[in-house]
Design a protein around this ligand. Sequence first.
Ligand code: KG4
Ligand code: ZN
Length: 366
Amino acid sequence: MNQTVLLGIETSCDETAAAVAVDGGAGPASWEIRSSVIASQVDIHREWGGVVPELASRQHLRDICGVVERALADAEVDWSRPDAIAVTQGPGLVGSLLVGVAFAKALAVALERPLVPVHHLAGHIESLFLCHPELPLPSIVLVVSGGHTSLYHLPGPGTYHLVGRTRDDAAGEAFDKVAKLLGLAYPGGPIIDRLAREGNERAIRFPVARITHADRTKAPTMVTLPGLPRRAAGGMDFSFSGLKTAVARHLQHRRIGGQPPPTDGELADICASFQRAVIDALLERAFEAVRRFGACSLGVAGGVSANSRLRVLATTEGSACGVPVFFPTLHLSTDNAAMIAAAGLRRFRAGGVASLDLNAQATLPL
Ligand code: KG4
Ligand code: ZN
């Protein structure tokens, strides 16, 4: 099969990213990332303690042209070389998404190339196949980021069924909010990860909600497994907002009790105990899904998959129950365009091309 060169563009949140990927025609094993460029806005948003959507979209507009030029130059191809342009259509901040979508459309028109819309979470999932083309299917993939905490069942290549999701905060959002409560900088995930290494993860018992009631805001997800009747997925949802409140209460009780602000050691204990509660909830639900769906592997992707404790515990638990666990490289865990290019290659091969009236969608279902 012919070689396909594809340009991927990602602007869903606070990273302007572009990548050039090549598909040799034999699926993920023949995918090659020729370049991957990321302009991070984290220094701009840190000052505000979180992403400011208006600032993010304006910064994307400043950076997009230079980032794409650099990705093409690093891959040693010119503007006319890509056979297709893939772009994140959603979900994300709509002002940010629009910058990437409008830029990709303009390129598609000017170069007379097909436009391939990509779901941001499909990008995170495909980052696993970029790193591990041999990942055995069927698989359960936990996508755990600043905006999402979702479990997908992958019966075959490029097919994703949602089987669990957070009812409130995403795990990364909980890391960022708890970091803010503790007076730590944004983004809080990597800082809590680092501080927790010095702490006792059993120092404080923070409760994690176990969802037992049906999700009344959404129709049940129906899942079809070969040879089995269609069944409703359930009981694999997450909730992290109560955990954030428990940390806030813990700090409040200390203040009311006249205790001084936490010492470095106490701060490390709070970080380690909070992190343990999040990871326990993630792994409990993820391995439950593996068992329920008889999956051959577990993949973990998205920004929080960079967490060092999550990586160790998931791998240990996987070895104990004979389920191989896969993570993307650290570079591919947080937002990037290489994963969008990979998902774009998959979608392009399947004929997934958009017309030029493509619009950005803040809440795009996968
Ligand atoms: O995937 P991502 O870059 O953006 C979204 O799509 O949301 O994920 C960003 C999230 C942030 O909440 C950040 O705090 C979290 O990933 N994160 C981590 C770590 N590195 C990034 N959380 C825990 N431990 C880490 N090492
Ligand atoms: Zn993401």
